[in-house]
Ligand binder design. Structure first.
Ligand SMILES: Cc1ncc(COP(=O)(O)O)c(C=O)c1O
Length: 371
């Protein structure tokens, strides 16, 4: 059996008529750049996330750069951010000349260790950039308390967190809507993934939203009048149309991910070499990826791949040990939890169209490996 780690083709075939109609509408109108489909999708995301403002941009990485620029994470400002994440969570800071100050992560949730972050605050600290990884959000109460007590802003990297919620001051809130600004990625593999690149910035402050709208079109609100040196970073109308189709079914697809996660849990619960995802109280999780901690990770990974099973490793190298961040002066051993996770984590196939017999095959092969 061949089990792809990820595929869009099953979903496309299932809802072909809807996707084709959405794409054709954009082609018929010809409004490819910031057209009607983008405006509609931005409104739909405002209502889904409950953020007051949503600004579509070219991808999640750009959304992080624009937000960092707006929040002043540049010119030597220090920003606390976890070392165990995707590269873009930190490159946005480095690109603008801010100084990433890495923190370690929680061994169960893989998210920012807030106590560790607290110890790294200095007079130069400007903000906190937490990342919501895999299935649940970072501890936003702890992060917001820390930020408020030191007068810091918070940029939530919610690239993976569409649909994830956490109880915050008595109310469940979606990732990206608690801090000053949040960003989403619509990279195809994401819970709300397009058929190409896409991203979004959300916030509850009109001034920040207007800056984002200006920055995405070269720092211009009126044609050929430039108030700021901005970027060219806009959500493509075709992607917005595709994303609207997907957003209309998001609750169903999140529920299907939950069902698959439950099946993985049932079938792997007696494998003692495998630690299943641990969800902390107060979270409404969404399984963007199903990430295990396993023994003999590299051998298991090779075995699964030999047996036709697609897997992925999020993430094999912590950011403080990346060559391009050498100048920051970190060394091996600085973040023991993150470094250990990089040798243990393994992601299994997780998408709504994954079939239960495929999932059972994956679990059987994991059991066979450890027998
Ligand atoms: C945590 C995190 N941050 C940022 C990004 C960047 O998003 P994009 O690929 O849309 O640029 C991703 C996804 O790729 C991500 O997983």
């Amino acid at each position: 059996m061949q089990v792809p780690f990820f595929t869009t083709t099953r979903e496309y075939q299932q809802y072909k008529a809807d996707f084709d109609h959405a794409i054709q509408s954009v082609l018929d109108r010809g409004d490819f750049v910031l057209g009607q489909a983008v405006r509609e999708f931005e409104q739909q995301m405002q209502s889904y996330s409950q953020a007051q403002y949503a600004v579509g941009v070219a991808n999640g990485s750009d959304a992080l750069v624009l937000a960092s620029d707006i929040l002043g994470y540049k010119n030597g400002a220090e920003v606390l951010t976890p070392t165990f994440t995707f590269f873009a969570s930190t490159s946005c800071l480095a690109r603008l000349g801010a100084k990433p100050v890495f923190t370690d992560v929680d061994t169960d949730t893989f998210n920012m260790d807030v106590a560790d972050a607290a110890q790294r605050i200095t007079a130069q600290t400007k903000g906190i950039l937490p990342v919501h990884l895999f299935a649940q959000m970072a501890d936003m109460t702890g992060i917001m308390d820390l930020a408020q007590s030191h007068n810091l802003t918070v940029l939530e990297d919610s690239a993976e967190a569409v649909g994830m919620k956490q109880e915050y001051r008595g109310e469940y809130k979606m990732g990206g809507t608690i801090g000053d600004m949040g960003v989403y990625s619509f990279f195809p593999t994401k819970t709300l993934g397009g058929y190409g690149d896409g991203g979004m910035l959300v916030c509850n402050d009109l001034k920040l939203a207007e800056q984002a709208k200006s920055l995405r079109v070269h720092g211009s609100r009126e044609r050929y009048i430039h108030e700021l040196v901005g970027y060219n970073s806009r959500l493509d109308s075709l992607q917005a149309a595709i994303l609207s189709v997907k957003l209309s079914r998001i609750e169903k697809s999140i529920a299907q991910r939950a069902k698959l996660a439950e099946l993985y849990r049932e079938q792997l619960s007696d494998v003692e070499q495998v630690q299943l995802p641990v969800i902390k109280p107060g979270n409404k999780e969404v399984y963007y990826v199903f990430n295990l901690k396993v023994e003999k990770r590299d051998e298991l990974n090779a075995f699964l791949q030999e047996n036709g099973i697609g897997t992925s490793i999020y993430y094999p190298i912590p950011l403080h040990l990346q060559k391009c961040f050498k100048h920051l002066g970190y060394k091996k051993g600085d973040f023991p939890v993150a470094e250990k996770l990089c040798t243990q984590v393994l992601s299994l196939p997780m998408y709504p169209e994954l079939q239960t017999d495929e999932l059972s095959y994956v679990c059987d092969k994991i059991k066979e490996f450890y027998r």
